[in-house]
Design a protein around this ligand. Sequence first.
Ligand SMILES: NC(=O)c1ccc[n+]([C@@H]2O[C@H](COP(=O)([O-])OP(=O)(O)OC[C@H]3O[C@@H](n4cnc5c(N)ncnc54)[C@H](O)[C@@H]3O)[C@@H](O)[C@H]2O)c1
Length: 271
Amino acid sequence: MNKKAEYPPLFSLKGRIALVTGGAKHLGHAMAAALAAAGASLIVTSRSLQAARLAATALASRHGVPVLPLALDQTDIRSVAKAFGAAGRWQGRVDILVNNAGGGGNRRPRDFLSRAPRDAEELMQTNLAGTLHCCQEAARIMVRQGQGRIINIASIAGMVGRDRRMYQRSRMNGQAVDYAAAKAGVIGMTRDLAAVLGPQGITVNAISPGGFAREDLPRKFIRDYSARTPLGRMGREDTDLCGAVVFLAADASAYVTGHNLVVDGGFSIWQ
Ligand SMILES: NC(=O)c1ccc[n+]([C@@H]2O[C@H](COP(=O)([O-])OP(=O)(O)OC[C@H]3O[C@@H](n4cnc5c(N)ncnc54)[C@H](O)[C@@H]3O)[C@@H](O)[C@H]2O)c1
C-alpha cells in the first residue's frame, strides 16, 4: 500500500480517526498501514510506548498522515481508560477502533492436560476481557459522536476445532483451547454489542483470520497448512487483511453490523 493510492469515495477514510491496538507490528501494523493508505489519521497503541513511537514515525512518513503513538496494556483497566482518554482528546473524536491486540500468548505449554490455569486465564484476560474493555471505552466516545466503527479481530479458532496433529508433526506448541474460547467470546460479544450500539449509529463487526505465514514457522507446517487450505496458501501478513479492515471501516459497509468476516483462504470450510 503506498500513499499515492486513490480510493473511491465508498472506501475512502479521509478525515477519519482510526485507533489500532497492538498496531506496532505484524497484522496490527499492516491494518494500520491499510487504513492510513485509505486516508485515515491514526492512533497506534502498544504496551511499549517506545514501540508505538517507532511504528508511528514509520507510518507517518510512509503514508503522510498524522499518527499518535500511545501506550496501552489491555489487561489493565486504568491503562485502557488513560489511552482512550488521550485518544479522544487528540482530534476530539475516534471514528474507528480496530481491536487487534491479543494473540496466542507466551511459549509455555498449551496442550490441554498440562495447561496451567494461570496461563489460560491470562490469555483469556488479554484476548477477551481486554477486547471488551477497549470496546467499552471506544463506545463511550462514539456514542457521544453518534457514529463509529468497531472492528474486533477474532480468529477462525473461535469457529472451528483444530487438528493438533498438524502441529505435532512439526513439533510445535499448537493452539491452546483457551484461545479458542476467548476468540469465540469475541465473536459472540461482537454480535451482541452490534445490537446494543446499532441504535447509536455504531457498527460492530469482527474479522476472523485464518493462519498467517511468519518466518519463524516451520516450513513443514506452512506446507501442511497450505495443503489443507482451498486457496493453497497461508495468509500474507502485509496484504490479506487490508481489504477487509478498510471495507468494515468505510462507508462501503454502512449497513453491515454484527458480521464476522472470515479471511482464511477457505480453511474453515474444508474438512
Ligand atoms: N497471526 C495469525 O495467524 C492470526 C490468526 C488469527 C487471528 N489472529 C489475531 O490477530 C491479532 C494480531 O495477531 P498477530 O499475529 O499480529 O499477533 P502478535 O502476537 O504478533 O501481535 C499482537 C499484538 O497484541 C499486543 N498485545 C499482546 N498482549 C497485549 C496486552 N495485554 N495489551 C495490549 N497489547 C497486547 C502485542 O504486543 C502485539 O502488538 C490477534 O488478536 C490474534 O489473536 C492472528
